[in-house]
Design a protein around this ligand. Structure first.
Ligand SMILES: [Mn+2]
Length: 326
């Protein structure tokens, strides 16, 4: 008889069963979220200025994430001889309710969901949707402004720092500008910014004046991980916002506004791993996965892989810090 306890019960392969984020349990009662990590979809894409379709992102990322659910109580990295996500309790709370044609209401519903995740003490992970959903995510942190300022780490091809055009203040080109207006946002590191973009010269200047460090993909390559980390403030709270178009279209074609010359996988992950260790990650969003343009699902798989590895880094770093301080 096998001694492997994992061979008892169901095999439960990734394509079997309920399709939640990483096949985690669901929680429909948002007043009773008991978890280390809460995952919420924000399927809003009315903020796009070109191709829509990111409203289907949360479903697609959930499905892709099942591929990484076939673990053995965690994820072992041979390269680092580290067991990630062991004992980390993840819950999928479903999606914020969307009201078609109504940005204000849809965003308010996203903000409500993030507030509920924060009230429960869970790390909120919100998957868009277009990048406009970052604005209500950041607003939800207002209640925690007394816990110290938050530094935003943005992975994106675009600066997203437009103030207002034709009265639009909450499209997917505005979120970093809106974040910069919050008193509890102390600054940003904006990584991957390149090419013909949504923001003009004056937006870049205003971002720098608001405390941003803006680095292109080639800047990041020139500096290397250590050089980039020297430009990011230490021992602060971080909110990580990932626009999937920060990655190169060759590995992330499934997005509304792909931009060539983007990041490869480890260029981003090595920075995020260091970020997790040099401060406290208090929230995450990942946006702009549009599965209709994603013929092999590789973009959704990338998104799921980025999120699960990032969560592994965050909770491993928290455990290390707890061990060192005890
Ligand atoms: Mn963006």
């Amino acid at each position: 008889m096998s001694e492997n306890t994992y061979e008892k019960g169901r095999l439960n392969l990734p394509f079997v069963g309920f399709c939640t984020f990483a096949k985690s349990r669901t929680c429909e009662d948002w007043d009773n979220i008991k978890a280390d990590v809460a995952f919420m979809g924000a399927p809003f894409d009315c903020g796009t200025q070109w191709r829509s379709g990111a409203r289907m992102g949360p479903r697609s990322v959930r499905e892709a994430s099942t591929l990484f659910s076939f673990g053995h109580g965690g994820a072992y990295s041979y390269e680092e001889d580290t067991m990630y996500l062991e004992g980390v309790n993840i819950v999928d709370i479903g999606d914020a309710d969307m009201v078609h044609t109504n940005t204000e209401k849809s965003h308010a519903n996203i903000e409500y969901g993030v507030r509920k995740m924060l009230e429960a003490g869970a790390l909120p992970v919100t998957v868009g949707g277009d990048h406009s959903v970052n604005a209500p995510c950041i607003r939800a942190f207002e209640q925690y402004a007394n816990k110290g300022p938050i530094h935003i780490i943005q992975i994106d091809a675009h600066l997203d720092f437009v103030d207002e055009r034709h009265g639009v203040r909450y499209g997917h080109g505005n979120p970093m500008r809106r974040a910069s207006e919050q008193s509890y946002i102390s600054g940003m590191t904006q990584l991957g910014i390149r090419n013909v973009s949504s923001s003009n010269r004056s937006d870049h200047k205003l971002a720098e004046e608001a405390g941003s460090t803006i680095l292109s993909v080639r800047d990041v390559r020139r500096l290397g991980v250590e050089g980039v980390m020297e430009l990011i403030p230490k021992d602060v709270n971080y909110y990580i916002t990932i626009d999937i178009d920060g990655f190169d279209p060759s590995i992330a074609p499934g997005t509304g506004t792909p931009s060539h010359g983007g990041f490869q996988y480890y260029e981003v992950m090595e920075v995020l791993q260091q970020v997790a260790h040099q401060g406290e990650v208090v929230g995450i969003d990942l946006c702009e996965v549009a599965p209709d343009y994603d013929q092999s699902n590789t973009t959704s798989i990338l998104a799921a892989q980025v999120l699960l590895n990032l969560l592994g880094y965050v909770f491993h770093a928290r455990a290390e810090k707890a061990r060192q301080s005890s």
